[in-house]
Ligand binder design. Sequence first.
Ligand code: ZN
Length: 172
Amino acid sequence: MSIKKIITEPNKILRQVSEPVEKVGKSEQDLMDDMLDTMYHAKGIGLAAVQIGVPKRIIVMDINWSNGEKNPLYFVNPVIKNRDNNKSIYEEGCLSVPNQFAQIERPSKCKIEYLNYKGEKKILNADGLLATCIQHEMDHLEGILFIDYLSKLKKGMIIKKLLKNKPDRIVV
Ligand code: ZN
């Protein structure tokens, strides 16, 4: 298990559509272990594989771990089967869009079909924070970031700030 570097916006990798996983084997489980380590280390509650540069349809989440008890969830090839007409709003952030937050409206409940860590087919009925988080993470699989829901002006301001704060920019 190891901690990987999280890719931040702007970066073309984050805009790729991730590929379905053929089967959940050792290498996929190793990837999920690394993703979870990376997510906890970065103090996030969800991470998609593409955020560490692997464009596969894999997500890890643990929405309450900061309360002390770890309860990781693994989603391979997740598909949204049902979305509620009711919406809820959360202030969202993203490990790939550091230190930026915005209120985003999403369906308040959804039903997800997916494979778990062992490759077993599962169904999850999510609501509240869990529903918002899984929809945010599933957007990553399509190359979508939460800032894409904002106005052009607001999104432009965020990108500008991110470029300013990119640490690996040097002039020699
Ligand atoms: Zn994110």
